[in-house]
Design a protein around this ligand. Structure first.
Ligand SMILES: [Zn+2]
Ligand SMILES: [Zn+2]
Ligand SMILES: [Zn+2]
Length: 187
């Protein structure tokens, strides 16, 4: 959460000051390049954009590939709305949950924290790959974030719960709701 607000509004003056001091020490030791590069890359790669809402199933899916995965409503997902920028590989906190993953079969975001992996619209369970996403939850919505993203206990997917209906679930009918109220940062 500190990272999110820091990135969106105020570029982490505390951490930057620490980094600057560290670089100063490294430069003095003749190690500036080796010390600076991994830290800079880690900062840049701490979130991934191109996550979008699907107008057909209401799920969150990754739109960064030429194709758009498998939608439980048929065909690929169709994107609309915000470009969500999702944090990953940062520590879990009381208001941020990790174990959210990209599914290589449907391109959706799903919860990987149970022994089974829910239901995938491409058949059987979801298959995890890539980053360990860490989703903020139960914090105030801002101009750069949207609440009402929820876990579906039927398919394990993440979907938008802000409409009167609940989209299309790969386990049948509409998604169900449980757990945290996720608040997703967007560009
Ligand atoms: Zn869809
Ligand atoms: Zn899937
Ligand atoms: Zn579902």
């Amino acid at each position: 959460m500190r990272f999110l607000t820091g990135q969106a509004e105020n570029p982490e003056p505390g951490r930057r000051a620490v980094l600057t001091r560290a670089l100063g020490l490294a430069a003095a030791a003749g190690l500036a390049t080796a010390a600076a590069t991994p830290a800079a890359q880690a900062a840049v790669r701490a979130s991934q954009a191109d996550w979008r809402f699907c107008t057909k199933c209401y799920g969150l899916f990754f739109r960064g590939y030429p194709s758009d995965g498998a939608c439980p409503a048929g065909g690929g997902h169709d994107s609309a709305g915000y470009n969500f920028n999702i944090p990953h590989d940062i520590p879990e906190t009381p208001t941020a949950q990790h174990n959210w993953r990209f599914c290589t079969k449907c391109y959706g975001m799903f919860f990987w924290g149970y022994p089974d992996n829910g239901r995938c619209p491409a058949g059987n369970a979801h298959a995890a790959a890539g980053y360990d996403f860490v989703l903020p939850h139960d914090i105030p919505e801002t101009a750069n974030s949207q609440r009402n993203w929820r876990f579906c206990p039927k398919c394990y997917g993440l979907y938008f719960y802000g409409y009167p209906t609940n989209g299309r679930c790969p386990a049948g009918n509409a998604h169900s709701v449980a757990g945290y109220d996720f608040v997703l940062p967007h560009l």
